[in-house]
Write a protein that binds this ligand. Structure first.
Ligand SMILES: Nc1ncnc2c1ncn2[C@@H]1O[C@H](COP(=O)(O)OP(=O)(O)OP(=O)(O)O)[C@@H](O)[C@H]1O
Ligand SMILES: O=P(O)(O)OC[C@H]1O[C@H](OP(=O)(O)OP(=O)(O)O)[C@H](O)[C@@H]1O
Ligand SMILES: [Mg+2]
Length: 429
């Protein structure tokens, strides 16, 4: 028999109070309703035999999920601010905010994994999180509902990696192949991996043909887990050689970590590599599961069905693309003596670092000489990659440039953003 329950999904900081509780006689097939005190529009979801039937919900506002805390939170707000899309949060403890430039948009501050879950459930339409979180909790390959609108927001860089101890039986193991060929791993004694990535971790091992592997999960400080098994080995060897001081140290570490369980390897995010180094772990060749950075992700259903989502996505995408193109560039203005605009342009284009985005803009600088208006000088305007600035200034001087002004760029808008065209075709629009 189908068990059908209608519930109202919770808004972020809501307190939920049951309106009616199921009586024992009707517990198999009852609408169970909860009222939600934080927001006016709740999302009805039907659960049939444990499967969520995701219908587009009746609500008028468009919802964008942003990380509420952690390392992504500040950088995300900074990116939006740099794109003149500042988030207005009346009170930092409030979970709902707005971006005044985008009317009808509600910002929901959530934990990254909850942003992805809520995109899948239909409570959010758009979100900014790390690609690792999208792939782990959205399971993009199995669920075509999530679409990466911008896959490279240029912050939150890290990689999901398999790491093993540097010492003991792993000392000479430097690749995934070598790890998989170790005779130690058998059905009775598999490779024990601890990870918070319980979807991507096992998937990677399976795809790479590692069969004798078991996974356990933990939140945070995963790097300490492999220490126990290998340090035990060191302890025995240390005793043998009577390095008592080292043995005592190992024993203390052992006692500290025993409560954390035992693992041979970890699958976790790595950025600078400091945490791995401090825990005597190493990455191995072929062990990178995913390269990640911040992304703008959307629900396909919302883009197609909910009024306003596509327009807001277009504006955000345009601003992100234009801003991210601009951050790596300076505008350079210089004066140059010349006989005509063409002649000046030729000189500028003879230098490889001065061609700009679409070639230089050259305009006459007029002055009055003997009562007549004349142009002896020309102003040139070009965009120069930040990294090539000094070289460009040197090249400008070589061809007679003077009074060089350099200023940062906020946006470079193209005629059309390539990602927008791709999104429309992805949606079949
Ligand atoms: N060391 C790192 N360097 C750079 N980016 C990172 C690093 N660790 C994580 N990230 C990125 O930041 C995102 C959020 O990580 P953060 O540690 O803030 O949250 P979290 O650990 O997922 O939060 P929670 O523990 O509350 O679920 C990750 O999904 C990843 O994309
Ligand atoms: O290579 P590194 O620059 O040292 O960064 C890697 C560490 O960063 C993340 O942890 P985080 O600090 O987010 O703590 P958490 O495990 O509690 O999420 C990740 O889980 C690693 O532990
Ligand atoms: Mg973290």
């Amino acid at each position: 028999m189908s068990v059908v329950r209608t519930i109202f999904l919770q808004c972020p900081p809501a307190s939920i109070s049951p309106l009616s509780t199921p009586s024992s006689s009707s517990s198999n097939c009852v609408p169970v309703k909860f009222s939600v005190s934080c927001c006016s529009v709740a999302s009805p979801v039907t659960v049939v035999n444990g499967n969520v039937d995701r219908k587009p919900y009746e609500r008028n506002e468009v919802r964008l999920g942003l990380p509420s805390k952690g390392r992504m939170a500040t950088d995300t707000l900074d990116l939006l601010k740099d794109c003149q899309l500042s988030v207005k949060q009346v009170n930092p403890r409030q979970y709902v905010a707005e971006i005044p430039q985008l009317s009808n948009l509600e910002v929901w501050f959530q934990r990254p994994k909850d942003i992805v879950r809520k995109l899948v459930s239909g409570d959010l339409d758009l979100g900014i999180v790390g690609l690792d979180t999208v792939n782990e909790y959205g399971q993009l390959h199995g669920d075509e509902d999530l679409i990466l609108v911008h896959e490279a927001l240029d912050y939150g860089y890290c990689r999901l990696s398999l790491a093993i101890p540097k010492y003991g039986i792993f000392e000479n193991v430097n690749s995934l192949k070598e790890l998989s060929q170790m005779p130690q791993w058998t059905p009775e004694r598999p490779l024990r991996v601890v990870t918070g990535f319980t979807y991507l971790g096992p998937k990677f091992m399976k795809e790479n043909g590692l069969s004798h592997v078991t996974f356990s999960t933990a939140d945070g400080a995963l790097e300490a887990a492999p220490a126990v098994a290998v340090r035990y080995f060191e302890f025995v060897v240390g005793c043998y050689w009577l390095h008592l001081e080292r043995c005592l140290e190992i024993l203390l570490i052992e006692i500290r970590y025993l409560s954390m369980g035992i693992a041979d390897a970890i699958v976790d995010l790595v950025s600078s590599g400091t945490t791995l180094r401090e825990n005597n772990l190493k990455e191995i060749e072929g062990g990178v599961i995913l390269e990640s950075q911040a992304v703008l992700v959307a629900s396909r259903r919302s883009l197609i069905q909910r009024k306003g989502v596509l327009d807001i996505t277009h504006e955000m995408l345009e601003r992100f693309e234009a801003h991210l193109r601009a951050v790596g560039q300076f505008t350079v203005v210089a004066n140059m003596r010349g006989s005509s605009a063409e002649e000046v342009a030729e000189r500028v284009l003879s230098q490889p670092s001065l061609s700009g985005l679409q070639g230089p803009t050259v305009s006459p600088v007029f002055c009055k000489r003997d009562g007549k208006v004349a142009a002896d000088y020309y102003a040139i305007v070009i965009c120069v990659p930040k990294k090539a600035l000094y070289k460009s200034v040197q090249q400008l001087r070589v061809i007679g440039g003077s009074g060089v002004l350099v200023s940062p760029l906020t946006y470079i808008f193209d005629e059309e953003t390539p990602r927008w065209r791709q999104l429309l075709s992805n949606l079949g629009l």
